[in-house]
Design a protein around this ligand. Structure first.
Ligand SMILES: [Fe+2]
Ligand SMILES: [Fe+2]
Length: 199
Protein backbone atom coordinates (compact mmCIF):
# COMPACT_ATOMS: atom_id res chain seq x y z
CA UNK A 1 0.00 0.00 0.00
CA UNK A 2 1.03 3.58 -0.57
CA UNK A 3 2.36 5.76 2.24
CA UNK A 4 0.55 8.77 0.72
CA UNK A 5 -2.39 9.78 2.92
CA UNK A 6 -5.59 8.91 1.10
CA UNK A 7 -8.74 10.98 1.21
CA UNK A 8 -11.09 9.54 3.79
CA UNK A 9 -13.99 9.89 1.35
CA UNK A 10 -15.48 6.63 0.23
CA UNK A 11 -15.26 6.50 -3.55
CA UNK A 12 -16.53 3.02 -4.26
CA UNK A 13 -19.99 1.97 -3.12
CA UNK A 14 -19.61 -1.74 -3.81
CA UNK A 15 -16.50 -3.91 -3.83
CA UNK A 16 -15.48 -5.97 -6.85
CA UNK A 17 -17.04 -9.44 -7.06
CA UNK A 18 -15.12 -12.70 -6.72
CA UNK A 19 -16.44 -13.54 -10.20
CA UNK A 20 -14.39 -10.69 -11.68
CA UNK A 21 -11.24 -11.89 -9.92
CA UNK A 22 -11.76 -15.44 -11.22
CA UNK A 23 -12.41 -14.20 -14.75
CA UNK A 24 -9.34 -11.93 -14.70
CA UNK A 25 -6.98 -14.61 -13.33
CA UNK A 26 -8.14 -17.04 -16.01
CA UNK A 27 -7.31 -14.50 -18.75
CA UNK A 28 -4.23 -12.62 -17.58
CA UNK A 29 -2.99 -11.93 -21.13
CA UNK A 30 -6.26 -10.24 -22.13
CA UNK A 31 -6.26 -8.31 -18.86
CA UNK A 32 -2.73 -7.07 -19.62
CA UNK A 33 -3.77 -5.98 -23.11
CA UNK A 34 -6.86 -4.20 -21.78
CA UNK A 35 -4.72 -2.64 -19.06
CA UNK A 36 -2.47 -1.15 -21.75
CA UNK A 37 -5.53 0.49 -23.34
CA UNK A 38 -6.64 1.77 -19.91
CA UNK A 39 -3.31 3.46 -19.19
CA UNK A 40 -3.25 5.15 -22.62
CA UNK A 41 -6.84 6.35 -22.12
CA UNK A 42 -6.04 7.62 -18.59
CA UNK A 43 -3.21 9.75 -20.01
CA UNK A 44 -5.58 11.01 -22.73
CA UNK A 45 -8.30 11.94 -20.23
CA UNK A 46 -5.81 13.96 -18.14
CA UNK A 47 -4.56 15.75 -21.25
CA UNK A 48 -8.10 16.44 -22.52
CA UNK A 49 -8.91 18.17 -19.23
CA UNK A 50 -5.74 20.28 -19.56
CA UNK A 51 -6.87 21.34 -23.03
CA UNK A 52 -10.41 22.08 -21.85
CA UNK A 53 -9.34 24.12 -18.81
CA UNK A 54 -5.97 25.61 -19.82
CA UNK A 55 -6.25 28.54 -17.37
CA UNK A 56 -6.98 26.46 -14.27
CA UNK A 57 -3.42 26.45 -12.98
CA UNK A 58 -3.71 23.84 -10.25
CA UNK A 59 -5.58 21.50 -12.57
CA UNK A 60 -3.03 21.91 -15.36
CA UNK A 61 -0.04 21.39 -13.05
CA UNK A 62 -1.36 18.30 -11.28
CA UNK A 63 -2.77 16.70 -14.42
CA UNK A 64 0.56 17.19 -16.18
CA UNK A 65 2.03 14.84 -13.57
CA UNK A 66 -0.82 12.35 -13.92
CA UNK A 67 -0.56 12.29 -17.73
CA UNK A 68 3.19 11.64 -17.47
CA UNK A 69 2.69 8.85 -14.93
CA UNK A 70 -0.05 7.20 -17.00
CA UNK A 71 2.21 7.23 -20.05
CA UNK A 72 4.96 5.62 -17.94
CA UNK A 73 2.48 2.93 -16.86
CA UNK A 74 1.47 2.51 -20.51
CA UNK A 75 5.09 1.90 -21.43
CA UNK A 76 5.58 -0.54 -18.53
CA UNK A 77 2.48 -2.55 -19.42
CA UNK A 78 3.58 -2.60 -23.05
CA UNK A 79 6.92 -4.09 -21.95
CA UNK A 80 4.96 -6.89 -20.26
CA UNK A 81 2.98 -7.41 -23.46
CA UNK A 82 6.21 -7.65 -25.44
CA UNK A 83 7.71 -10.14 -23.01
CA UNK A 84 4.66 -12.36 -23.34
CA UNK A 85 4.41 -11.98 -27.11
CA UNK A 86 1.04 -10.20 -26.98
CA UNK A 87 0.46 -7.83 -29.90
CA UNK A 88 -1.10 -4.42 -29.28
CA UNK A 89 -4.55 -5.10 -30.67
CA UNK A 90 -7.94 -3.45 -30.28
CA UNK A 91 -10.40 -4.86 -27.73
CA UNK A 92 -14.12 -4.22 -27.46
CA UNK A 93 -14.89 -1.77 -24.67
CA UNK A 94 -17.20 -2.82 -21.84
CA UNK A 95 -20.12 -0.40 -21.16
CA UNK A 96 -18.33 1.02 -18.09
CA UNK A 97 -16.54 4.13 -19.41
CA UNK A 98 -19.31 5.11 -21.83
CA UNK A 99 -21.89 4.63 -19.06
CA UNK A 100 -19.98 6.96 -16.76
CA UNK A 101 -19.32 9.49 -19.51
CA UNK A 102 -23.06 9.66 -20.20
CA UNK A 103 -23.51 10.96 -16.63
CA UNK A 104 -21.32 14.03 -17.24
CA UNK A 105 -23.64 17.03 -17.45
CA UNK A 106 -22.94 19.09 -20.58
CA UNK A 107 -23.09 22.60 -19.08
CA UNK A 108 -20.26 24.21 -17.13
CA UNK A 109 -19.44 24.31 -14.29
CA UNK A 110 -21.19 20.95 -13.83
CA UNK A 111 -19.19 19.45 -16.66
CA UNK A 112 -15.92 20.12 -14.87
CA UNK A 113 -17.10 18.70 -11.55
CA UNK A 114 -18.55 15.58 -13.14
CA UNK A 115 -15.47 15.01 -15.31
CA UNK A 116 -13.16 15.20 -12.28
CA UNK A 117 -15.34 12.84 -10.24
CA UNK A 118 -15.78 10.31 -13.03
CA UNK A 119 -12.00 10.24 -13.47
CA UNK A 120 -11.59 9.84 -9.71
CA UNK A 121 -14.03 6.93 -9.67
CA UNK A 122 -12.26 5.16 -12.53
CA UNK A 123 -8.91 5.63 -10.74
CA UNK A 124 -10.38 4.34 -7.48
CA UNK A 125 -11.74 1.23 -9.20
CA UNK A 126 -8.41 0.69 -10.97
CA UNK A 127 -6.66 0.94 -7.61
CA UNK A 128 -9.01 -1.64 -6.09
CA UNK A 129 -8.69 -4.07 -9.00
CA UNK A 130 -4.93 -3.79 -9.42
CA UNK A 131 -4.80 -4.52 -5.69
CA UNK A 132 -6.87 -7.67 -6.21
CA UNK A 133 -4.58 -8.74 -9.05
CA UNK A 134 -1.54 -8.06 -6.85
CA UNK A 135 -3.06 -10.20 -4.12
CA UNK A 136 -4.22 -13.14 -6.25
CA UNK A 137 -1.97 -13.25 -9.32
CA UNK A 138 -0.09 -16.58 -9.26
CA UNK A 139 2.97 -15.08 -11.01
CA UNK A 140 5.05 -13.31 -8.33
CA UNK A 141 6.76 -10.87 -10.68
CA UNK A 142 3.50 -9.78 -12.28
CA UNK A 143 1.88 -9.52 -8.85
CA UNK A 144 4.73 -7.24 -7.77
CA UNK A 145 4.17 -5.07 -10.85
CA UNK A 146 0.49 -4.67 -9.99
CA UNK A 147 1.38 -3.82 -6.40
CA UNK A 148 3.57 -0.96 -7.62
CA UNK A 149 0.92 0.47 -9.94
CA UNK A 150 -1.81 0.22 -7.34
CA UNK A 151 -0.11 2.88 -5.19
CA UNK A 152 -0.04 5.34 -8.11
CA UNK A 153 -3.71 4.82 -8.89
CA UNK A 154 -4.58 5.53 -5.25
CA UNK A 155 -2.66 8.79 -5.48
CA UNK A 156 -4.46 9.62 -8.71
CA UNK A 157 -7.95 9.33 -7.30
CA UNK A 158 -6.81 11.44 -4.35
CA UNK A 159 -5.66 14.11 -6.80
CA UNK A 160 -8.98 14.15 -8.68
CA UNK A 161 -10.77 14.48 -5.34
CA UNK A 162 -8.52 17.39 -4.30
CA UNK A 163 -9.09 19.12 -7.65
CA UNK A 164 -12.86 18.73 -7.33
CA UNK A 165 -12.79 20.30 -3.86
CA UNK A 166 -10.46 23.05 -5.10
CA UNK A 167 -12.95 24.30 -7.66
CA UNK A 168 -16.26 23.34 -5.98
CA UNK A 169 -17.88 23.45 -2.54
CA UNK A 170 -17.17 20.31 -0.57
CA UNK A 171 -20.85 19.66 0.10
CA UNK A 172 -21.65 19.75 -3.63
CA UNK A 173 -18.70 17.45 -4.38
CA UNK A 174 -19.71 14.89 -1.74
CA UNK A 175 -23.31 14.82 -2.95
CA UNK A 176 -22.42 14.44 -6.61
CA UNK A 177 -19.78 11.83 -5.85
CA UNK A 178 -22.39 9.74 -4.10
CA UNK A 179 -24.69 9.89 -7.14
CA UNK A 180 -21.91 9.01 -9.57
CA UNK A 181 -20.55 6.26 -7.32
CA UNK A 182 -23.98 4.59 -7.38
CA UNK A 183 -23.94 4.62 -11.18
CA UNK A 184 -20.36 3.31 -11.17
CA UNK A 185 -21.18 0.33 -8.96
CA UNK A 186 -24.36 -0.42 -10.94
CA UNK A 187 -22.39 -0.48 -14.20
CA UNK A 188 -20.26 -3.28 -12.73
CA UNK A 189 -23.17 -5.26 -11.30
CA UNK A 190 -23.32 -7.50 -14.38
CA UNK A 191 -19.99 -9.05 -15.29
CA UNK A 192 -19.00 -8.25 -18.90
CA UNK A 193 -18.58 -11.56 -20.74
CA UNK A 194 -15.07 -10.59 -21.88
CA UNK A 195 -12.29 -10.17 -19.31
CA UNK A 196 -11.54 -6.46 -18.85
CA UNK A 197 -10.06 -4.27 -16.11
CA UNK A 198 -13.42 -2.47 -15.84
CA UNK A 199 -15.78 -5.30 -16.76
FE1 LIG B 1 -2.04 4.27 -14.41
FE1 LIG C 1 -4.16 6.48 -12.82
Amino acid sequence: MTATPLPTIKFLQRPTSDAWVEQALAHLDTILLDHSHCERKAAGVAMNLMFRYPSSTKLVRTLTTIAQEELEHFEQVNQWLERRGIALAPLSAPPYAAGLKAEIRPQEPHRMLDSLLVSGLIEARSHERLGLLAQHCPEPELAQFYRGLMASEARHYGIYWILATTYFEREEVVQRLEELATVESNLLATLYPQPRIHS
